[in-house]
Design a protein around this ligand. Sequence first.
Ligand SMILES: [Zn+2]
Length: 272
Amino acid sequence: MPELPEVETICRGLQQGLPGCRVKRVEVCWAGCLKNLPADQFQSRLEGCTFQEVRRRGKYLLLQLEDGQTLVVHLRMTGGFSLCPAEEPLRLHTHWWAELEDGRRLRFRDPRKFGLIYLLAPGQIESFPPLGKLGPEPLSSSFTVSCLTRLLAGSRRRVKETLLDQSKVAGIGNIYADEALFLAKVRPTRPANSLRPAEVQRLRRGIRLVLENSICSQGRSFSDYCQVNGSQGDYAPLIHDAGSSLCPSCGGAIEKIRLGGRGTYYCPRCQR
Ligand SMILES: [Zn+2]
């Protein structure tokens, strides 16, 4: 599932290639991904529009159009965009695409079909419920130690589940929660409100470090995620789904457990 670093990488790719481009024509192959409009309205409202800028909030992509509309996208499990020449063959599971005036195509592809697409009218973004519920951005200056302390102190759930709660912190998913807890030397099953001040500090640093490192590597290298230009990311997780199953810090065996239904990896010697 694309998490903050993958969505940020896609966002940067779109931001490089889309602003100023006008949509000539829209083709919808599978309307099930369009969550607030039927296909014909989606097409007619997007055709003729010019992209202004692309932003990210949590795991959401926000494609702002010059006329005030916003295309809001959640990639969920396997969604992704490509920006490619017209002659590039259409890949299987492409659900809609936009022909740009310069001839390129913006294509949305999603094999598992869980992705969500909303085309919001001008002004609707301010009151769009999913965005209003999101917690702070972990790479923003407002994500301070005291901010994380408050978030964790207010939760009796296990610390990993708290990190996955998008209303607490926006953008962290299963992989980067495991990675950040490993760097913080905190066991994922600990109650969130049991972390000591030094552990909260380490956790904040760990969260920011793994997210920044992964963004620098253009996101994780896994099968269904790719950048806008079609290439994969290079980030290899330290502990999550690690092939060797040995801890990179102590060399001991990595444990895999189920936590809240999610495969969770940790080192029982390093993480307390
Ligand atoms: Zn270890």
